[in-house]
Design a protein around this ligand. Structure first.
Ligand code: GRF
Length: 202
């Protein structure tokens, strides 16, 4: 399967997805790394690794126009799936609808707990014994799509949000490539497809 990875920052998850795709018998290939931040570190790494990139600063652009440009880049690259990996923009409902069932995200909490920001600080403040990460399908409701996989990470005594974030990230790098590979390899689901077509209400 052909996957476009959308990033805004460091890109450690992008790196994990990319390197996993270079193992023998990988289920997907990374055909594009695209960003709303031309200075994102992830882009430099992708370029060094020979992966095509696309970057367009969102500042001063209407959200719909920016999404349309990202959409075009993904299409031009022949992407069948989009993997959001630290992409810090909320996508328009029409973009999300177009990629329904074909766009995944990684979120640094054990969803449905702690959608949104500051997940690690919130888990620590709540006295939770574990945090973690989840990979989910992207729907219009932020961080609320079907969860495809989760990985727990223990919260230690005197844990800091930064310390927890660092270990969760290590765990994310194990989780995301595996969940993405399993997802793109899933058996063809006729009932699901029919449901999707109905939902389009043509
Ligand atoms: C990850 O923690 C991910 O869960 C969140 O943003 C972070 C991205 O980190 N959505 P990186 O850019 O992949 O290093």
């Amino acid at each position: 399967a052909r996957v476009a990875v959308f990033v805004s920052g460091r890109g450690s998850n992008m790196a994990a997805l990319l390197y996993a795709s270079r193992l023998p018998d990988a289920a997907y290939e990374v055909v594009l790394v695209a960003s709303n931040d031309p200075a994102a570190q992830a882009l430099a790494l992708a370029t060094a690794e020979g992966v095509p990139t696309f970057a367009l600063a969102h500042r001063g652009m209407a959200r719909a126009d920016h999404d349309a440009a990202m959409e075009q880049a993904a299409r031009d690259a022949g992407a069948e799936y989009i993997a959001l990996a630290g992409y810090m923009r909320i996508l328009t409902p029409s973009f999300v609808a177009h990629w329904a069932g074909r766009m995944l995200n990684i979120h640094p909490s054990l969803l449905p707990k702690y959608p949104g920001l500051d997940t690690h600080a919130r888990a620590i403040a709540a006295g939770d014994s574990e945090g973690g990460a989840s990979v989910h399908l992207v729907t219009e409701d932020l961080d609320m799509g079907e969860v495809l996989g989760r990985i727990p990470v223990a919260i230690r005594p005197d844990e800091t949000a930064d310390g927890l974030a660092e270990r969760v990230r290590l765990a994310e790098h194990q989780l995301y490539p595996r969940v993405l590979a399993d997802y793109v390899s899933r058996p063809y689901d006729a009932a699901w497809l029919l449901e999707r077509v109905r939902a389009l209400a043509l």
